[in-house]
Ligand binder design. Structure first.
Ligand SMILES: Nc1ncnc2c1ncn2[C@@H]1O[C@H](COP(=O)(O)OP(=O)(O)O)[C@@H](O)[C@H]1O
Ligand SMILES: [Mg+2]
Length: 228
């Protein structure tokens, strides 16, 4: 489904050019669940942003179902993101002035669905996520774990082809992190979702799927036994 070919990404810095990804190759097939580990600053977020088409590599290509996403126009690429990608972030990125229900419904409304259907669908989703009693809460009235569940509902409501998770439990205490991860794994399994999880937690990575490590601009597969 996704093929990353020889991706190189550099940033300008005061000390000159900084090479973050230096020839990254990765293939993710439909139904795969892949973990990308790596120290802070190793380029994990950069890689996810490139897969989402939010950031452009200096060289190399990213194919989604055979299509080179950087040969698309900006508008087509925005559409690609809206239709095919679901993203979950460390800091939830929920809209504070909106309720849980509204946060989940917004991607559908933006996508052109009418309000009534969007809210019905969002309500259904919140129910499935055990949040029916929290739908009128604003994000700041929810626990960290609940906020992340709302963010997951929002990412999944459009049935993305692939889910990108950028340290989704990095901002939760141990107990909430554990519960949220169990929850994420359950949803992914239940709906056979293709997913790339970025984390630096061995605990979270160990039974998720194939594990890769980013280091010094390169990515390589590592065996799960090596994690422990
Ligand atoms: N917009 C940017 N401009 C300059 N340097 C950046 C930018 N974004 C990230 N970097 C640098 O690239 C490196 C990788 O960043 P990132 O992908 O966020 O790492 P990770 O998610 O693994 O912690 C870091 O050293 C960071 O400082
Ligand atoms: Mg990061």
């Amino acid at each position: 489904m996704i093929e990353i070919k020889d991706v190189v990404k550099t940033y300008e810095s005061p000390d000159g050019e900084l090479t973050v990804l230096n020839g990254v190759n990765l293939e993710v097939k439909e139904g795969d669940t892949v973990v990308v580990m790596g120290a802070s600053g190793s380029g994990k977020t950069t890689l996810l942003n490139i897969i989402a088409g939010l950031d452009k590599p200096k060289s190399g290509k990213v194919f989604f179902d055979g299509e080179d996403i950087f040969s698309l126009s900006l508008k087509e690429r925005a559409l690609y993101r809206n239709k095919k990608i679901g993203m979950i972030f460390q800091f939830f990125n929920l809209l504070n002035e909106f309720t849980a229900l509204e946060n989940v419904a917004i991607p559908l409304i933006i996508g052109g669905k009418n309000k009534k259907d969007s809210f019905e669908k969002a309500e259904d989703m919140l129910k499935r996520f055990g949040l029916e009693k929290r739908k009128e809460h604003k994000p700041y009235q929810l626990s960290g774990g609940e906020q992340q569940r709302v963010a997951i509902a929002r990412a999944l409501i459009k049935k993305p082809k692939i889910l990108l998770l950028d340290e989704p439990t990095g901002n939760l205490d141990w107990k909430n992190a554990e519960e949220t991860m169990v929850f994420i794994k359950e949803k992914i399994k239940e709906s056979n979702i293709t997913a790339i999880l970025v984390t630096h937690s061995y605990e979270l990575a160990k039974d998720f799927g194939k594990v890769f490590k980013l280091k010094e601009g390169k990515i390589k597969k590592i065996s799960v036994d090596k994690l422990l």
